[in-house]
Design a protein around this ligand. Sequence first.
Ligand SMILES: [Fe+2]
Length: 204
Amino acid sequence: MKRALFYLRLAKEIHYDTYLHSCRVAMLAYKIGKTIELNSHELEQLFLAALLHDIGKTKVGGRILDKPGKLESEEWREIRNHPLYGVELLSHDHQLMSNDVIEGVYAHHEFFNGEGYPRGLKEEDIIVYARMIAIADALDAMTTKRVYRTHQLSFEDAVQEVLRCKETQFDPYICQKITGLIQDEGFETSLLKMRKLCPLQNMN
Ligand SMILES: [Fe+2]
């Protein structure tokens, strides 16, 4: 965890939005992991992988990440390289980061149907942590403002969007398991509260 905070500080210095997004996705992924009844070791691995899932964006840099308007194909390629950049960064820490955490980072943009990137992995070939992070990542992306998308969805609409993409983008089993949790009226409130209270957000 200490090492993960080192990387998180790096994200905070280089790209503040990535840092905030990472904190939120880690909390959301943790909630999802609890619903799937992961054990405490698995929850820790999931949390670390979620916290570091976009760490490779520190190599892409704000000039591309914050560019308003259309990206050139070279810039797109650079963004799509961020899972690999993350692996490159974390692989130096093999003693401290487990293979599962690194694989979770590498595979978080894979699609359940094999149409994701960077390796086009499919179904159970995608490590379960990455399948959960993908859902948390999408929910956070849709419910927060981005440079390239000013339209922000309500949490409810974002959940509907995730459910619409079960079996194509997302693992249908995990979607089914979290439906009840997300439809729980208190969930969004507790998530918003968690976002505000997150100690990582006040990290310096
Ligand atoms: Fe990502």
